[in-house]
Each structure stands twice: as C-alpha cells, then as structure tokens.
Design a protein around this ligand. Structure first.
Ligand code: CA
Length: 226
C-alpha cells in the first residue's frame, strides 16, 4: 500500500515515514499545501495522512493555502482517496472542519503508532467496502494487522514485498493489477525498482501459495480468483 504524508514538521514527518516504512508501506512525504495538491492531482495513493496546519508553498497560485484546502480541492476533483487528518490537541474546530471537508478520520497529535496503524487499516477497510478485517481467497487468508498469511490454515512465511504484492491483489479479488500498478503500491519516490522485481515476487508467491493462486491476465497483469 502506498501512503502520502503531508506534514511540515520535519521531526514528525521523518519519524512517521520511517515507522510506516517499517510497517511495509511505500511512503512518500510532502511538506506544504501546494506540493500536496500537485502530488494528489497527479499520483495515486491508498491513503493520505494530512496535517491541517501547513505552509502554503509555491506553485498553486494561492489556490490552496492549508491542509483543509488540499482536502477540499481533492474532493472537488472527485478524488476519493481515504484521508486521515492530523490535528493539534486543542483544535476541535479543525477536527470538525476536516471531517466536514471530506476526511475519513482524524488523529490528535501526539498519537501512538499502534493507534495510527489500526486507524489506517480501518479506513482502508471501510473504503474498500469491507467489514471483515481478514482478506481471503481460494484457501489463502491474509491478516493485515498481524501481517500473517495462511494457506489452508498453515502459516506461510513471506518477505515484506511479497506480502505487499499479495495484499494488493487480495484487496480486490478478480480485479487485474498491472505490473506498473503493483510497482506504484510497493515503491515510494526515489526507491530503486529492479525491472523484473514484480515477476520475481509473483514467482515466489506462486511457489509458496500454489501455482494457480495468482493468475495472469495476458498482457494486462495479475489477479486472484474471487
Ligand atoms: Ca503543521
């Protein structure tokens, strides 16, 4: 899953990016409203963590001056990317305004990482229209919280990247994801991508989960059977 952090505080941004990468997310980070607006208008993310108190930044022509504007602009473009707003403790008005501007949830700073992770999973789940926290298809079950995969009830050990590929495919059984779409979900900006990396992960997943579990849509991409 690919996340965007929008946060001007360097310490918070750095520690969030580091912590969320350790959770296996591809994480990009921008620091002002204009950069956030431009990035969201041109790239696809699975979820955005949005600080509301932001410098406006250069380049948006004064159209977006803070986090709330970024959110309103995204929703006005019909961009449905889930958004969790990050606000200061004493800013109840910000939380209300954020939710009313189209945020899916909020967290009050400072927050604990385990709560952030649980809220990310919950928001992604709701966005996908699921109530059930586990993903399952054809005898394979994936637990996003425990980061555990079983096949016919038996635990299967996966690398972080293999897990990320599998999670992307199992989030929507039957939906075909291209190699590029999978790369987008796995890698943040500036991360080196080996040209055959996705093929290697698919090969490993088939070896561990059965050769028929991940199917090819020839010339288009990969999917798992619903
Ligand atoms: Ca801020």
């Amino acid at each position: 899953m690919r996340l965007l952090i929008v946060e001007d505080d360097r310490m918070i941004g750095e520690s969030l990016q580091r912590a969320l990468r350790l959770e296996g997310y591809a994480v990009d980070w921008v620091r002002d409203a204009a950069a956030a607006d431009g990035t969201l208008a041109s790239e696809r993310f699975d979820l955005v963590l949005l600080d509301l108190g932001l410098p406006s930044g250069a380049g948006a022509g004064g159209r977006v001056v803070d986090g709330l504007d970024v959110l309103r602009a995204a929703r006005a473009r019909h961009d449905a990317t889930p958004v969790i707003v990050l606000t200061a403790r004493d800013a109840r008005g910000d939380r209300v305004a954020g939710l009313d501007a189209g945020a899916d949830d909020y967290l009050v700073k400072p927050f604990e990482l385990d709560e952030l992770n649980a809220r990310i999973r919950a928001v992604v789940r709701r966005h996908a229209g699921r109530a059930e926290p586990l993903l399952s298809a054809s005898g394979v079950t994936l637990d996003p919280a425990a980061r555990r995969v079983t096949r016919n009830g038996i635990a299967v050990a996966l690398s972080a990247r293999e897990f990320a590929v599998l999670e992307a495919l199992m989030a929507k059984p039957g939906a075909v994801l291209s190699r590029t779409q999978l790369e987008d979900r796995l890698y943040g900006w500036g991360e080196e991508i080996e040209s055959n990396a996705i093929s290697v992960y698919i090969h490993q997943l088939r070896r561990k989960l059965g050769s028929e579990f991940i199917r090819n849509a020839r010339g288009v991409g990969y999917f798992v059977e619903p």
